[in-house]
Design a protein around this ligand. Structure first.
Ligand code: RVK
Ligand code: MG
Ligand code: MG
Length: 313
């Protein structure tokens, strides 16, 4: 277990999110992001993906486990329209902020609950916090998803991304990672896509971005983005982050979130030093969060204390 991988995961998620954000959505969203996509001092701003990852990390670090009421309130009070939240999440979080219990509010975004990728995009954090325990990673991915995503597909997306992150943190090969994820898939919409890209990998096929988007998806729903992110990360694990970003951009669609999920996984596999040298909003805060998540692994005896990395980042 290495601290570099924890920092790589958190910075990889935020870098994918911030680099992908200008390419997400239609003309209106892109136009708005042109205006608000940089901080006053010229850093790339990240979106709801990174905000929710920060909220989840702070919540786990202060409570020691998923405390749904407090987690829901933290998500709700961090909500800002300018972070580009999904429409379902916006409704749910506004209601929670007004005092509605999350158990009730979570059904207000969509009937049957959301199957958006909003729970999956923050799930790598769960794997960092529970790196010592796969069962706890899975259970906590579920319980952290449920406060905003009641639909089983939204929850399964979070489990898949958390399990992939857990597996890579444990030093598994790409093939072992894919097997671990497949073992936790139960929804046909997920299974069929994981099987599809597993076949590509076994047959050494390298479909272009348009075919990847057509067969796996490039949408904001969990089934049309989580398998895509897993495949993109697996395919680019031994390549540069920049090449992976170009591929995600060429897939189009929900670029920030597919890049955030793939970026987190790439960062676990490669650490943070080969991430592109972009100026990123609140970089020090992100490094501090990653370092504190690592320190938790030291505390539970699963990792060795490391030198102060924040000064080197
Ligand atoms: C804008 C029908 C459903 C559905 C259901 C679809 C940010 C909708 C981030 C919805 C991510 C979308 C993304 C996202 C995170 C979900 N019936 N359609 N039951 N459940 N959908 O709104 O936090 O970008 O098209 O709950 O999961 O960058 O708009 O939000 O890309 O999935 O939003 O689901 O999304 P939401 P989220
Ligand atoms: Mg976003
Ligand atoms: Mg997105």
């Amino acid at each position: 277990m290495k601290a570099e991988r924890f920092i790589g995961c958190v910075l990889g998620l935020a870098t994918g999110d911030a680099m992908g954000a200008p390419y997400e959505g239609g003309l209106l969203e892109r136009g708005i992001w042109r205006l608000i996509g940089k901080t006053r001092d010229g850093c790339l701003r990240w979106t709801d993906d990174t905000q929710m990852a920060i909220d989840l990390a702070e919540s786990l670090l202060s409570d020691g486990h998923v405390a749904p009421d407090r987690l829901a309130r933290r998500f709700a009070f961090s909500y800002r329209w300018s972070r580009g939240y999904g429409p379902g999440a916006r409704k749910v979080l506004r209601r929670i902020r007004r005092g509605e219990p999350w158990e009730q509010a979570v059904h207000r975004g969509f009937p049957g609950g959301s199957y958006g990728n909003g729970a999956a995009m923050r799930a790598p954090i769960v794997a960092l916090f529970f790196a010592h325990d796969l069962r706890q990673t899975i259970a906590s991915a579920r319980s952290s998803a449920r406060v905003t995503h009641a639909h089983p597909l939204g929850i399964e997306g979070a489990v898949m991304i958390a399990v992939a992150a857990h597996s890579l943190l444990a030093g598994d090969s790409i093939e072992q990672m894919v097997d671990a994820v497949r073992g936790e898939c139960s929804m046909p919409e997920m299974c069929v896509r994981v099987d599809r890209f597993s076949e590509w990998m076994r047959g050494n096929e390298q479909p272009g971005p348009q075919d990847v988007a057509r067969h796996l998806g490039n949408g904001t729903s969990a089934p049309t983005s989580c398998p895509t992110a897993l495949y993109v990360a697996a395919r680019h694990m031994n390549k540069s982050f920049e090449e992976m970003m170009r591929f995600v951009m060429a897939c189009r669609g929900d670029v920030d979130t597919i890049a955030a999920m793939a970026g987190a996984l790439w960062g676990i596999g490669n650490g943070y030093e080969r991430l592109p040298p972009v100026r990123l909003e609140s970089r020090e805060q992100l490094v501090s969060i990653a370092t504190r998540l690592y320190d938790e692994q030291v505390r539970v005896g699963h990792a060795e204390p490391s030198k102060d990395l924040s000064s080197r980042s």
